[in-house]
Design a protein. Structure first.
Length: 391
């Protein structure tokens, strides 16, 4: 491991201690109740979590307008809009006039005199004194507060799906999650257990950073959506801890699985890899650690269905070992085949495709590795599409 990578791994492990508190706050929450209506609610998924790759609309895509060396202030959308519906500030309390920008393909250009927020060049490049919780790592602006997200704009727009391509579309794997699906369909109530690092714990959804719209962390959102659709209780239990690697997960799973009371989990979502990648943990070591975790889950709950999530990549400008991080998905696929009733979600390739079109400022609340609301919502979209098909 290079000195730079070791430094990055140590920094990531230290700065993610916040996730331990978040995991504790997430434990033991329920979504929904057993009702008297015998039919399943087949209404459309909450607008926040409708998959943009199966529609012609993207809602509240986060965009950082950045000032370049030439003074030009621009930002990019995922796709070329056919119509801009709205442009709002980071907490959705202000709607800006369309006169505040020009559109060139998928590029937004801030006009002179515009009130749209933006990231000044000197601040983005840490060339001015940093305050208000802002600091730097590896030359990148960093915070675990609102200092970066507060400069975002949120754009809702329509686009032409036939003119665009999105390759990282999750597969419907609901047929492999037999136990969990049956409990939902029979409206018996079910328990969801999430286990991973700070991203799984919830850093840095708006509900955690305490600003509107206060969207829940992605595990809670999945439980909420399934509870609403099937009109049954979905208990949500989170054993995730910030800074943890898969080795930490393997060491502590026997204790953490006990956070699910009364009955064993019906679905376990396991999401490690960010800190493994930052520490250049070999793929075979990751595999061994995950196998220990899955074995303990099945020892406690033989019928438990399992979803394995490969982590998003950190900011492309960071020194994380991206090749090793990407290699963990193949190990997840290997484990899924071995254990059965176990499926994968490839957020590594999904995030890579995002980074081909967007920046770290656009997607990461801390500009290093913690998803902002848009990327949190992408987690929910991917999980729901995998668990129950496109919505």
């Amino acid at each position: 491991m290079s000195k730079k990578t070791m430094k990055f791994a140590a920094f990531i492990s230290g700065m993610l201690v916040l996730g331990a508190c978040l995991a504790g706050c997430a434990n033991g929450t329920d979504s929904g109740t057993n009702g008297g209506n015998p039919t399943v609610d087949e209404s459309t998924r909450d607008a926040n979590y409708r998959s943009f790759w199966t529609s012609d609309t993207i809602r509240n895509e986060t965009v950082m307008l950045e000032e370049g060396m030439d003074g030009k202030i621009t930002g990019k959308l995922l796709f070329t809009p056919t119509d801009i519906v709205s442009v709002k500030n980071f907490d959705l309390t202000i709607q800006y006039p369309m006169s505040g920008f020009m559109l060139n393909g998928n590029e937004l250009i801030r006009t002179e005199g515009s009130t749209l927020p933006y990231m000044p060049y000197a601040l983005a490049n840490c060339q001015v004194p940093l305050g208000d919780g802002l600091s730097q790592y590896d030359g990148l602006l960093f915070t675990e507060g609102q200092g970066i997200v507060s400069k975002l704009i949120l754009v809702t727009y329509t686009y032409n799906p036939s003119a665009e391509e999105w390759k990282s579309v999750p597969q419907d794997k609901s047929a492999e999650l037999v136990h969990f699906r049956q409990k939902l369909q029979n409206r018996e109530g079910a328990n969801l257990f999430v286990y991973g690092d700070s991203i799984a714990a919830g850093c840095s959804a708006s509900s955690v950073l305490n600003y509107n719209p206060r969207l829940p962390v992605w595990g809670q959102a999945v439980a909420n959506e399934l509870s609403a659709k099937y009109r049954t209780r979905v208990g949500y239990y989170n054993g995730s801890v910030g800074g943890w690697t898969s080795a930490d997960g393997a060491l502590n799973i026997a204790q953490k699985i006990q956070t699910v009371p009364e009955s064993a989990p019906d679905l376990a979502i396991v999401a490690f890899g960010m800190n493994d990648g930052s520490g250049s943990v070999p793929a075979d070591t990751y595999y061994t650690n995950l196998k220990t975790i899955l074995t303990e889950i099945r020892n406690r709950a033989p019928a438990c269905d399992i979803v394995l999530i490969s982590t998003i990549h950190a900011n492309p400008l960071c020194s994380q070992n991206k090749e090793i991080t990407a290699s963990y998905h193949a190990e997840n696929e290997r484990l899924a085949a071995e254990f059965g009733n176990c499926v994968t979600v490839n957020m590594s390739s999904f995030s890579q495709e995002l980074y081909e079109r967007k920046t770290g400022f656009d997607l990461l609340a801390n500009n290093i590795n913690h998803p902002n609301d848009f990327l949190v919502r992408c987690y929910v979209m991917n999980l729901l599409d995998t668990i129950e098909g496109n919505g």
